[in-house]
Write a protein that binds this ligand. Sequence first.
Ligand SMILES: O=C(O)CCC(=O)c1ccccc1C(=O)O
Ligand SMILES: [Mg+2]
Length: 354
Amino acid sequence: MIGAVRPFSLPLADPLDTARGTIERRDGLLVRLEADDGAVGVGEATPLPGWTEHYDECESVLADAVEAVDGGADPDDLLGDLDSTPAARHAFDLALADLRASREGVPLYRRLGESGDDPDSAGDESARVESVPVNATVGDAPVAETVAEAERAAKAGFECLKVKVGARQLSADVERIEAVADALPETELRADANAAWTRQQAQQFLDAVGDRLSYVEQPLAPTDIAGLAALSGPVALDETLAEVEFGDALDADPDAVILKPMALGGPRAAVGVAERAREAGVEPVVTTTIDGAVARTAAVHVAAAIPDVPACGLATRKLLESDLGPDIAPVADGRAVVPQGEGNGTADTWGHHD
Ligand SMILES: O=C(O)CCC(=O)c1ccccc1C(=O)O
Ligand SMILES: [Mg+2]
C-alpha cells in the first residue's frame, strides 16, 4: 500500500456565528491510499478544536502515518495509534472504508454498520437508501434576521431547523425561538447552545421554550454530566461526546446524541456509536463539522447506514465558498441525496482541487 497526504483550505461563504465564536475557514488534509491491486481510497481530516485535535497535530500524525504505510505498515494497525487524534483517524478510517467498498463495487453506506457485515446484502435492492432527511443550520443573529433566515430555509423545503443560541442574552434567545416557532408552526425546531450556559440559564431556557423544540443541543459544559442529567426538558449531547466515554455520556440521560464522524474517529466508528445509542433508546443525529466534500459525503453515507435516521446536520455545503470537488450528495427539499456509486464516490477530488 502507498499513501499520500495534501493540505487544503476552504473559506466559508457565510461565516457561522455560534456561542463558541465564528467559524470563518476550514483547513484540513486529504489522505489517499492505494493498494497493491490498484484500489484507491480517499479520506479527509478537517480538525476543529473543541471536537478534535488542532491542525498542526493532525498534520504531523498524518505525515507519520502515511510514512509508516509507505514503509509497509498495515494501515488497520495504524488506526489504534490515531485514537487520540480523531480527525486524523477519520481520514484513515474513511480512506480504508472507501478503498474496500470501491473494490467491492458497492456504495460506502452498504458496508457501514450491522447490515454492512453481510456480503450477501450487497445486491439486495430493498437495502437501498435514496436520501436522508437534513436540517437547515441557522446561525446566531438578531431576531428579525433569524426569522428571515428560518423562513428562507422553510421555503427551500427544510422541515427541520437548528438555530444557534447562547451567543446573546437568554431573553433574546427566547425571543428568537418564539418568533421562529410562531412564524413556522409546522417546522421542527432545534436549538444549539454550544455549551454556553450555566445550569440555571439552561433550565430557564427549557422552561421558556422547551415545548417548542425537539431538543436543545449541548446546553451545558461538556463534562457536566450531573447537570445535564438534572435538566428537565429535551436535551442532546454534542461536545460531551468528544470529551467523555460514550457509556458515561449516557448517564446524562439525553434524548439524542450528535454524531460527528470527524470527532468520533471516522465513519465506521460513528456508525458503531449510532448503534449503541439506538440500543440505549437515544436518537442518533449525524452532522459534519463543516467539512469538505469528501468528509461531508461520508457523513451522508453514515446517516444512510442508520435505519430511519432523524433529520441530520448535513446541509453544510452552502456555508462554504468553495469545495474540494463537485457535490455528489446535494441537498434539495430538506433531504440529501445518497450517492449510489462505488465507495464514498469522491476519489476524484484528489486530482480536482487546487
Ligand atoms: O448540525 C448542524 O446543523 C450543522 C453542524 C453544526 O452545527 C456544527 C458545525 C461545526 C461545528 C460545530 C457544530 C455544532 O453542531 O455545534
Ligand atoms: Mg452542536
